[in-house]
Design a protein around this ligand. Structure first.
Ligand SMILES: NC(=O)c1ccc[n+]([C@@H]2O[C@H](COP(=O)([O-])OP(=O)(O)OC[C@H]3O[C@@H](n4cnc5c(N)ncnc54)[C@H](OP(=O)(O)O)[C@@H]3O)[C@@H](O)[C@H]2O)c1
Length: 230
């Protein structure tokens, strides 16, 4: 199995690259800064310098060719309204178009809880961010891709408990980046966990159990090197 991670130097992305690589998955880790090359390589992923703003769909598509799944966990991280539109918004649309052109059918988007920050007056930038995330969810969900949208609660750098609450509607709460990465890795390995929106927080269910339940209890598992029936 071969996975293309966009945002590989980020908090969630770097953890995901490491988990997948440890499982024997071949990972391409796209990051935009040359200085991140060593840290991405240290996760076990193959680093690839790319920029969602500067690189066009044909180039992204060329890079994605031969992969089984794309994970989009990039983000402007509060650097401004224009950057959010270009990275979280247009960047996602470009990545989706590239995956379609490359024939990569599995596409996992890390989005956000729509009610995150509700009642906290977090300002125009944050409202814009949530609007862009929702628009990209709508965009991805209208495609024929084998998509999965994961909406984490507020991200923390706490050590992962391995225990989550995951489902179509979960009360907004914090979730560790470790747990998000763990859930993404489990979800990628379960092709039946598809065309769903999954809200995710820290909770009381093991990640493996949550992924199995959301996949309908199916036993089909994609391993590092092949698809098999467990
Ligand atoms: N923070 C929260 O509480 C929260 C809650 C729910 C969902 N989320 C979402 O969860 C996702 C992962 O969060 P995180 O904390 O892991 O984010 P992060 O650490 O900021 O990682 C995002 C990565 O995206 C990369 N990136 C930005 N612009 C790019 C571009 N033009 N081309 C390629 N890569 C680019 C960044 O690269 P640089 O290092 O060069 O900036 C960064 O490494 C994000 O989409 C975020 O919006 C966050």
């Amino acid at each position: 199995m071969k996975v293309f991670v966009i945002g590989a130097a980020g908090g969630v992305g770097s953890r995901l690259c490491r988990l997948l690589a440890d499982e024997g998955v071949a990972v391409t880790g796209m990051h935009r800064n040359l200085l991140q090359f060593e840290s991405v390589a240290a996760t076990g992923a193959s680093p690839l310098i790319g920029d969602l703003i500067g690189d066009d769909v044909p180039k992204l598509s060329h890079w994605m060719c031969g992969h089984d799944a794309v994970v989009f966990t990039a983000g402007a991280h509060g650097t401004g309204i224009d950057q959010t539109s270009l990275i979280d918004g247009r960047g996602l649309e470009k990545a989706v178009a590239a995956a379609e052109a490359a024939g990569v059918t599995r596409f996992v988007l890390v989005s956000a809880m729509p009610e995150a920050g509700r009642g906290k007056n977090l300002g125009e930038r944050f409202e814009h961010y949530l609007g862009v995330k929702k628009a990209t969810e709508a965009y991805l969900s209208r495609t024929d891709l084998d998509w999965l949208i994961v909406r984490p609660g507020t991200l923390t750098d706490d050590p992962g408990s391995g225990l989550v609450a995951a489902g179509p509607a979960v009360i907004d709460a914090p979730v560790s980046r470790d747990n998000v990465a763990g859930f993404l890795a489990a979800a990628i390995a379960r092709p039946l966990l598809s065309q769903q929106i999954v809200e995710l927080t820290d909770g009381e269910t093991t990640i493996a159990e949550a992924a199995v339940t959301l996949a309908g209890g199916g036993t089909e598992v994609a391993t590092g090197r092949r698809l098999l029936s467990a």
